[in-house]
Design a protein around this ligand. Sequence first.
Ligand code: CUA
Length: 152
Amino acid sequence: MDLFEKRAFAMALSLLLVFLGLIVYAAKGLQTDLPTCLPPETARQFRKDVGSVVEIGPNRYQVNVVAFMWGFNMGTVNELRVPRGAVVDFYVTSRDVMHGYHIERTPVNLMAIPGAVTYARHKFDEPGEYMIICHEYCGLGHQNMAGKIIVE
Ligand code: CUA
C-alpha cells in the first residue's frame, strides 16, 4: 500500500467511527427513538378509539387519525372541527402504506406508518381552515389526499 492508500483508508475508518459514535450519542445521549414507543396503556386505548375524536378535558381533544389510500379518518373522513383555543393531541397511524400528516401553518408534521403511532400536540389560537396534506408519496391518489381542520 502506498501512503495515499493508507491515508484514504485511515480517513474512511475514522469517519465510520465518528458516525457510529453519533448514532450511539443520539440513542443514549439525546434519547432519540423510533416513533413506536407509546406507553402500553395509551397504545391499547388508541387501538380501541382509532378513527375518532375524544374530548379529554375542557377544550382538550385527542384525535386518533387513521390514514388510508386516500384520506384521513378523524371520526369524520377528511374533516375535523374544533373550537378556537383548543389543544389537540394528534395520534396518527396508517392502515395500509406510509402517508404523511402535515397541517399547514402549524409545526404538526408527522408520518403515518402502518403498525406505529406518531404523536404531536398543537393549540389552535387562530380561527379558520387549516389544510392537512399527505406529503409522502402513497400511490395514484396521493396528490388528492388532503383534509382540513376547521377552527370555529
Ligand atoms: Cu397518502 Cu400521499
